[in-house]
Design a protein around this ligand. Sequence first.
Ligand SMILES: [Zn+2]
Length: 596
Amino acid sequence: MRDTDVQAASPSNSGHRVHRAAAKNRHRSRRAAIRPRRLAWLVPILAVLASLALSYGAYQLAGYSWDQVVSYESPYTGIGGQVQAATAAPVQRTVVVLIDGLRDDASRLMPSISALRARGADVRLTIGQPSLSYPSWTAALTGAPQQISGVTTNWFEGPVAVETLFDSAAKAGRTIVVTGPDDLDAMFGVSVITPHVALTPWSETEYTSGWLVDETLRLDAEAGGADFVFVLLPDVDQAGHDFGGESDEYEATVANVDADLARLIDGLDDGATTFVVLPDHGHIATGGHGGWEDPVIHTFAAFAGPGVAHVSTDAELMDVAPTVAMLAGLPAPRQALGTAIDAVLENPDTDARAAEAERASAVTRDYIATVLPDAASPDGEGAIPASQLAAQREAADAERLEAERAQRLPVFIGIIAAVAALAVAIAVMSWRALIAALFGSAVAVAIYNGLFFLAHGLHWSLSAFNEEDLIQAFFNQRMLEAAIAALVGCLVAAVVYAGLRRELRGPQSGYLAGWLALGSATVLLAQAALVVQAGVFIWQWGPSVSWVLPDFRAAFKYDLDLIQLTALGAAALIGPVLTAIVGWLHPRARRFARSA
Ligand SMILES: [Zn+2]
């Protein structure tokens, strides 16, 4: 069998004594050798260009996909339009307190919240993704999750396009008090809705909950007893970011906020006031949120006061706003996808309850009609049972996703075919090089993931970066590690290749192009593995975000895959040099060069 290996692909003899034995035929063979020699140089050059193209494309795609999530424009802000706004019921004074970043387990140590649970409802909540503050505040105040409200990150620039409890209360002519970070104004325009507001910039250094409680009590007195009070306390979240969700400092801040919350409840409770206390999300032990970790997404809402049943139950964050509306005697916010939590309502007005069931059903029908615009309108006019609402929406999502995935499948098959063609092309040039490059790229993948999962203890989760200003450093570190892992992979590939040859001819023996190509092939195969993984995501969710938010665990992995692909562009320039150096320094290659 003819030797078609890396070494044979570069039968150069110029300036070397390698082919002295063939000196007799030099005249004849030199002409014949020109073409293959040039072709041999073409391989590493084309491979590096391919790597750089992949790197640049991945960089562009990473920016695009990030932007697609951050700048997502919800097509659902018009849903709920046909719903007849239920006439407001008699005023039921209601106080909603949102404690940013309060973990469920920490809330169980707060006497003020325990007292509410003891006489009211203890609701275990699940929140949506991404589990960031702006999206969760919006879900709590509107009943519209991220996909509906369009608020997907904390970079959202208000005002939100869906109706809030503030809007409902204002339309019903209620007196409203709002206190908290001034983000509430940019997001929900609260100071336009009511004159009774006290807002302060989010402080990373000062404890503000005491002042906010003072202001709430003052404004409530000024309003002569407000109908609807909303307070957002930021300090627990700040402690979570600074010290972690299981730290002593976090616990100490929770205790301070507990004392202020007790003061607030004492000051506002006239025996006829309904209280609702909930967080927007929790915190991981090391601090941070945004992802899907249990202490981040499994939160709570405590309800107490007139009309609240003594119960323990489960619900979604988006069910809170319709429940609050029902308790307060307000129409639910128009786009609320959630529905009032039946178990929490004690002896409710059956008409109001029926109206809420109709409303939630109409919103779900509008949602389905937006997801599947060509489908016949969903059957029936009456109320869909609350237990069926999510299942009907999920069925519509699944139907559209299935159709879109079928359309994208050829692209994915094309990616697989291109990767297979790459492997075949390398094998045709040198099966030893293919084995060595596969080995090297596998080592690169193992090193990168070993660092990511084992050394750093990271997951595919937005909670990985605790603060927004750490995002760039996080991605830079992943890129550096991906590049280093690939370079180690190149060294391994060179050693494996040497081990596969009986007679080892190094770059000094005229095989420089082949040794460079080995490094290029290793980086290219590592990139190919990432391209396949990114291809799976694109097949599943598509490159753009227009009607459904992707699974954010998969989306985070996709972004990381693209970031690694980008970093491997640098490895594509350095890796071939490393394989050539290994070839040059390898004892057997040196021995061959001396003996030739
Ligand atoms: Zn936070």
